[in-house]
Design a protein around this ligand. Structure first.
Ligand code: S3P
Length: 458
């Protein structure tokens, strides 16, 4: 019997306080890109032979993917700074002996469901309290059309959730599928199922989302093509029963992690920092565009291509920001960055309006309500709409400390924790975050990195 997941992490909650301590300065790097790290491990596990990965994010989410792939037959080790993966080949995954616990990681579970769907194995996935609340129907629906069978726990509002068992079908049935939600996880799950499916699997993507799966599948030698139709939809076609060739991969720094020191430097007076080696793929870089439009002094230095991905050193100086209306169509390219954008908006001059963000309600937490609640505790004027927030900024005035030093709730969400840590740096008397331990999922060393940037000025 599995025990019921709770809102408490097994490692125990780690409350922490963040207060203004002067400008941020210096040059830092952030951990490897989470999306590219998951895909590096998964595609390497499907190639025949040895792949090598440097810069892999060693956060809990990616380590959960590694453990799952090991349980299905791949050999994954780390020597010095290089991860080696001996893949089993497309179609070669083996039946794991036990259920697979993916902790907090939505990307792990959704991508691995796709992988299992076209193999002749049956896998049960579990997760923590946050992951167990997240909707899985968006993945089980298309994978069922390919022939996979699912048994999922149904939530009180009738949504398929974890724990969930996937029984794969081999050979699966190829299909053409139009994505009903802008989700790179759904797109990638179908592509991974398509790899071991005879014929062509075709996905129509009306709203472009991060394209790492397409780029990396091509790099591993899959026959995949992308066209854009008259309506502007991307048509992605993948020829199945693919053979993948092992690769040497360098994972760039994660723009979604770089977002936190970057916004901190924009907000804290006197700051001047460089975050080196950050991925700036246009399908991920929406936050930087929005911050520049708000008046942020952000420049991209030493632009180059690393492993097929555009990368730069990002130079940021403290800036006076102005509120703006954020166009909903930029949302997919900054979908993980809205919590920290809301913090930037709280310090901007005038109003920032966002919309088209109902997806934020089904992330690691309901990010619209968590951010509205936390910013409200810091005295910020926030209106919560169904699909976005309207924030009236202070024009650079410090936010106020929470009454009675009340802690801001993280709700098992790493990006909520990091957003309020940054907010604490621009309060009059500091802010307490109830649990910083979720940052281990995507940004091990986050608090130390903030301290390094603060101490460099002294
Ligand atoms: C991810 C896609 C996004 C993002 C997540 C990582 C990926 O999720 O929020 O952090 O690696 O494919 P959705 O597909 O739900 O938008």
């Amino acid at each position: 019997m599995t025990s019921k997941p709770t809102d408490q992490r097994t490692s125990g909650a780690k409350p922490a306080s963040f207060a203004p301590v002067g400008p941020l300065t210096g040059r830092v790097t952030v951990p490897g890109d989470k999306s590219i790290s998951h895909r590096s491990l998964i595609l390497s596990a499907l190639a025949i032979g040895k792949s090598e990965i440097t810069g892999l994010l060693e956060g809990e989410d990616v380590l959960a993917t590694a453990a799952a792939l090991r349980a299905m037959g791949a050999t994954i080790d780390k020597n010095d700074d290089i991860w080696t993966v001996y893949g089993v080949g497309v179609g070669g995954l083996m039946q794991p002996e036990t259920a697979i616990d993916l902790g907090n990681s939505g990307t792990s579970v959704r991508l691995l469901m796709g992988l299992v769907a076209a193999h002749d194995i049956s896998v049960t996935f579990t997760g923590d309290a946050s992951l167990s609340k997240r909707p899985m129907g968006r993945v089980t629906d298309p994978l069922s059309l390919m022939g996979a069978d699912f048994t999922a726990r149904m939530s009180v509002d009738g949504k398929a959730c974890l724990p969930l068992t996937v029984r794969g079908l081999c050979p699966a049935v190829p299909m053409e599928y139009r994505l009903p939600v802008a989700s790179a996880q759904v797109k990638s799950a179908i592509l991974l199922a398509g790899l071991n499916t005879p014929g062509v699997t075709r996905i129509i993507e009306p709203v472009p989302t991060r394209d790492h799966s397409e780029t990396m599948l091509k790099g591993f030698g899959a026959d995949i093509s992308v066209e854009v139709d008259k309506e502007g939809s991307r048509i992605i076609s993948l020829v199945g029963e693919a053979e993948l060739t092992p690769q040497t991969i360098t994972v760039p720094g994660d723009p979604s992690s770089a977002a936190f020191p970057i916004v901190a430097a924009l907000l804290v007076p006197g700051s001047d920092i460089v975050v080196e080696n950050v991925g700036i793929n246009p399908t991920r870089a929406g936050l930087f565009t929005v911050l520049q439009k708000m008046g942020g002094d952000i420049s991209f230095e030493n632009q180059r291509t690393v492993g097929g991905e555009p990368v730069a050193d990002i130079h940021v100086k403290h800036s006076k920001l102005n509120g703006m209306k954020v166009p909903p169509d930029i949302a997919p390219s900054m979908i993980d960055e809205f919590p920290i954008l809301f913090v930037a908006a709280a310090l901007a001059e005038g109003q920032t309006t966002t919309g088209g963000l109902s997806e934020l309600r089904v992330k690691e937490s309901d990010r619209l309500s968590q951010m509205a609640e936390g910013l409200g505790l810091l005295g910020v004027e926030v209106t919560e709409k169904e699909d976005g927030l309207i924030i009236t900024g202070t024009g650079g005035q410090l936010l106020t400390a929470c009454a009675d030093n009340k802690a801001i709730k993280t709700a098992l969400d790493h990006r909520i924790a990091m957003s309020f840590a940054v907010a604490g740096l621009v309060t009059n008397m500091g802010a307490t975050v109830d649990d910083m331990s979720p940052t281990e999922t995507s940004f091990p060393g986050f608090t130390d990195l903030l301290a390094i940037l603060q101490s460099a000025a002294k």
